[in-house]
Structures are given as C-alpha cells and as structure tokens.
Design a protein around this ligand. Structure first.
Ligand code: IPE
Ligand code: IPE
Ligand code: MG
Length: 236
C-alpha cells in the first residue's frame, strides 16, 4: 500500500460472515463470532497504527435480536469479555471508544462494561474507535427526529433552527461522514449501517469472511479507495 497517498479519515466495517466462516469449518456459529472478535483486535491495532483517525464497526444490529436466543446470549457474553478485558489495550494506544445504538434490550452487564470502557478511554487522543451495538441506521434517524421535536415542543428551539449542524449534533455520535465502508463476506448491501453518515462513502465488498479479513486484506481496501475518484456531486 502506498502510505503517502491519502488515507480515509473515517472507515466503517460491516463485520459480516462469522457464521459462514464457522460453518465451512464444521464449527458452531459461536466459534465464528469468537474468531471474528480475535480478528477485530489485531485489525484495530493495524488500522490505528496506519494513522487512520476514526474506525466505526458494526458489531450488532437492532435486527440481530431476531436470531436464536442462544446465539444472542453468546454474543452478549462475548461483548462483555471484549469490553472488559480484550479492548483494554486501547487505553495504552490512547484511542477513545464511543458507542452508538439503543441502550434498551441490552443486558445490564453489557451496559456496565460499555460505560466503563467509554469512561476509561475518554481522554484518548490518538483515534476514535466507534462501535455500533444494538444499532440501526433507521432507528438512529427516528431517535433524532424525536430528540429534535422534543426541543421544538419545549420551545428550546424553533423549526427554523433545524439545520445540518443541529441534525449532526443529534445523531448518536457527532462524527465526520464515512469515507470508506467495507462489508466483508461478499454480501453487497449495507443492512442499516450508518445511513446518514455514508451519503458519499466509497463502498468496498471483499469476498472474505470477517475472521479472514486481516491487515493485508485491509491494505487492499485502502489501495482500492486510493484509486477512486470522489466528486461529491461536482465535476473533476
Ligand atoms: C456477522 O456475522 C456478525 C453479526 C451479525 C453479529 P454473521 O453472524 O452475520 O455471519 P453470517 O452472515 O451468518 O455468515
Ligand atoms: C449486518 O450483518 C450486521 C452486522 C454485521 C453486525 P447481518 O448478517 O445481520 O445482515 P443481513 O441480515 O445479512 O442483511
Ligand atoms: Mg451476516
């Protein structure tokens, strides 16, 4: 990869294919999620070491609650383990952790370790690791409409005050738009990931399942990104 060329400022990863990765090896879906979580840890290190300032990952969608209770429970336990132990290296790396999504329906134990990780990394100045958990892009927009209408109802603002900066400030997190969105596993859809923030993102759909999407694969995504011409509606 040509590091001197422009790196994306904000990368999103829809971490898909853990289940198929496991099934192809005759393993349980849970072991696929475990392999995915181990991959995320090393991938994260690589991405922040490259100097990419913001990484957003899709860890669990609002719709993923439709899965078997046992799979959902396994994932929730995995989140507790990761946020409590595996992700503490982010403190040493001086990376700040932020979450997006609804708190409702998440087990108390998960909320507790999420809050602690956010608190402990609050001063991180070397990058932002943004985790979308119990997250849906449409739900985010709906929650934003409610938040803004409540302010109008309470007469804190008038409808004329609603502009792009107010909309952005009422998303779950006020982050710059995504430059590059990667979805692993070959599926070519976004499944409700950061709809508002991906308006002008470049998309990349590698065939590999997430547990196999390593540093080398990530560099291929960056190389592809660097070849794209971004026009944002203008002319080149
Ligand atoms: C992504 O992998 C992880 C989550 C959605 C939590 P999947 O579990 O969706 O894997 P596939 O798509 O079934 O292979
Ligand atoms: C999207 O993957 C959600 C995450 C990666 C967390 P899914 O596997 O849930 O998406 P669909 O169901 O294939 O669209
Ligand atoms: Mg999937």
């Amino acid at each position: 990869m040509e590091k001197r060329q422009k790196l994306p400022g904000h990368v999103g990863i829809i971490m898909d294919g853990n289940g198929r990765w496991a099934q192809e090896r005759g393993l349980s879906r849970s072991l696929g999620h475990k392999a995915g979580s181990e991959n995320l840890k090393s991938l994260c290190t690589h991405i922040f070491d490259l100097g990419i300032p913001i990484l957003s990952v899709f860890a669990f969608s609002t719709e993923n609650f439709k899965r078997d209770a046992a799979e959902v429970q396994y994932l929730m336990q995995l989140f507790v383990k990761m946020f409590e132990k595996e992700f503490t290296f982010l403190k040493e790396k001086d990376v700040r952790v932020l979450f997006s999504g609804r708190r409702e329906n998440l087990p108390k134990e998960v909320l507790r370790v999420m809050d602690r990780l956010v608190e402990e990394t609050a001063n991180g100045s070397n990058g932002i690791f943004h985790i979308c958990l119990n997250y849906g892009g449409q739900t985010e927009i709906l929650d934003l409409c409610r938040k803004i209408s409540e302010k109008v109802e309470a007469k804190e603002i008038s409808s004329k005050d609603i502009d792009f900066s107010l909309v952005r400030a009422n998303l779950y997190q006020d982050l710059p738009d995504l430059d590059l969105v990667i979805r692993t596993s070959g599926e070519q859809r976004i499944s409700n990931f950061m709809l508002y923030q991906s308006a002008y993102a470049e998309y990349y759909f590698p065939k590999v399942y997430f547990p196999d999407f390593d540093a080398e694969q990530f560099d291929l995504a960056i190389e592809e990104f660097q070849k794209r011409t971004r026009k944002f509606g203008g002319t080149k």
